[in-house]
Each structure stands twice: as structure tokens, then as C-alpha cells.
Design a protein around this ligand. Structure first.
Ligand SMILES: C[S@@+](CC[C@H](N)C(=O)[O-])C[C@H]1O[C@@H](n2cnc3c(N)ncnc32)[C@H](O)[C@@H]1O
Length: 255
């Protein structure tokens, strides 16, 4: 029996040109380095890379001390019913305050990531329910959660504005978004490098954009930034390490 395509496959199909000979770019940043023709063999290797290599790459590179310090600073602010979008390998799980979190909905479309996250869940001893869907279609009722957490997911999610609006929908009116995201550097020289490198990062890190303005996208999606810090994450080149971290609340609440 044929299985319906998984959410991640549908999303990738949406991004790809329908005509394989069209030589249309498949990447963000106008895909200067990767045409549809050149990408055919990559497409064949992609499921293996996506499910078997990318999750380990994220686990390996995604939690060095400077990043862990920020996680330690922001994640304990989560309380009540929490939704984390794009949990990846579950690097945040150990930082939740078990006394404050009654339930954690963990959204993650990548099966390889889910396997790694399951191991982390056992160590964290949290009440976690995994949701195998994408951030653009959150399977929760309106106003279902007190906190939403996104770390390096809004900079990866293909439909970032839809995801932001979905986050606004599932948050309670007095809820809070905790974010830690990569994006566009305010330094024009670094920005130029980000533009050059975005294609390769987009492929290696499965949809990562280096040039998104996440605070602006959050405001567009109906949020007001409550508190925020920004800077380069030491250990990584400036072109791939400009980040913002903080909290945002629904604009309707703050008016
Ligand atoms: C760079 S990783 C970050 C993982 C984790 N949040 C962390 O901080 O280590 C981005 C994660 O977002 C997930 N992701 C990508 N698109 C998504 C979407 N549309 N909805 C939810 N998660 C998504 C990826 O599968 C991946 O696990």
C-alpha cells in the first residue's frame, strides 16, 4: 500500500521546481551554486543524509558551551504546558524546570531527530508527547499552551510566517514565546558572506537560512519582543553565528 508523503517530503517538494530540466534554483539566495540538474544526485541521497547524517551533525555542532549557556539562561523560563517546535535531538530537554513544566509537546518532522530526542527525553524525565508534524500545521487547539520554545527552528522552517502565526494561535493570550535563532548580521560585510554561503548551509543544515530577520518576522507574525539579546555565538564564523535570544508576547496582549 502506498503511504501518503510525510510532511517533510511535501515541504521539500513544494520548494523544488516541478520541471527537472528547468535549471531553476532549488536553494534560497537564488541558488547560485545549485541548479535542479546538479541537484538530482543530491536529491537521491537526501533521505539518507536527512535521516541518518543531519541529526548527528546537529547533535555534534548544535550544543557547544556558548550555545548551551544561552539554553541554560532561557529554557528554564518555560512554564505550564509547553510546545517546543523542531526539538531536533532534544538538546533543550535537560534545561526545562520540571517543577514548572506540566507537559511538553515536542514537534519534530525528522525521524532521525526523533530517535535521538527520545534518548534525551529519558534522561530529562519530563512528560513529553512527540508530535510528528511541522511547525506550519501545529496539531493543537487554539490557546492550548502557556509557552512556545523555538531554538534554531524559525531560521530553518520553510514557512516561517505561517509557523509564527501558528505559534500565535496555539499560545494562550498571556502566553510567551522563548526564542534563540540565527539570522542576518547587522554588519554589511558579514551579511555579504552570509549571502554567499547561504546555499551550502541551506543544504547541509536542511533548510537553514542565514539571512532571515527573525525579530522582524516575529513582529510581522503578531508578536511584540519583550526582551532580547543579540550577538555572534563564539566558536563559529561570524557568517553563521549571528543570533537573537529572548522572549516575545502576543501584540494583542500588550495593546
Ligand atoms: C537546526 S535544528 C535545531 C534543533 C533544536 N531545536 C536545537 O536547538 O538543537 C532545526 C530543527 O527544526 C526542524 N524543523 C525543520 N523544519 C521544521 C518545521 N517546518 N516544523 C518543525 N520543525 C522543523 C528540523 O527537523 C530540525 O530538527
Amino acid at each position: 500500500m502506498a503511504h501518503p508523503p510525510r510532511a517533510a517530503d511535501r515541504e521539500r517538494a513544494d520548494r523544488l521546481p516541478s520541471d527537472p530540466d528547468s535549471a531553476q534554483p532549488v536553494c534560497c539566495n537564488e541558488g547560485r551554486w545549485l541548479t535542479s540538474r546538479g541537484s538530482q544526485w543530491l536529491e537521491a541521497a537526501l533521505p539518507f543524509y536527512r535521516d541518518r547524517i543531519y541529526p548527528y551533525l546537529i547533535r555534534l555542532l548544535g550544543d557547544p558551551p556558548p550555545i548551551r549557556n544561552v539554553r541554560q539562561q532561557i529554557i528554564p523560563g518555560a512554564q505550564g504546558k509547553v510546545l517546543e517546535i523542531g526539538v531536533g535531538a532534544g538538546a533543550n530537554f535537560v534545561h526545562y524546570d520540571r517543577q514548572k513544566v506540566s507537559k511538553l509537546y515536542a514537534l519534530e518532522p525528522n525521524q532521525g531527530m526523533l530517535r535521538l530526542a527520545e534518548r534525551q527525553r529519558r534522561q530529562a524525565a519530563l512528560d513529553v508527547e512527540f508530535l510528528d508534524l511541522s511547525g506550519e500545521r501545529i496539531p493543537l487547539a487554539d490557546g492550548a499552551v502557556d509557552t512556545v520554545v523555538s531554538t534554531f527552528t524559525l531560521c530553518t522552517s520553510p514557512g516561517v510566517l505561517e509557523a509564527t502565526r501558528e505559534i500565535a494561535r496555539v499560545l494562550k493570550p498571556d502566553g510567551r514565546l522563548i526564542f534563540f535563532e540565527l539570522g542576518v548580521s547587522p554588519d554589511p560585510r558579514v551579511h555579504r558572506w552570509q549571502m554567499r554561503l547561504e546555499g551550502i548551509y541551506h543544504w547541509l543544515f536542511q533548510g537553514l537560512y542565514l539571512t532571515r530577520d527573525i525579530p522582524a518576522l516575529l513582529r510581522q507574525g503578531g508578536f511584540r519582543i519583550e526582551q532580547m539579546e543579540a550577538g555572534y555565538i563564539a566558536e563559529f564564523p561570524k557568517s553563521s553565528s549571528y543570533a537573537w535570544w529572548g522572549t516575545a508576547i502576543l501584540r494583542s496582549r500588550s495593546q
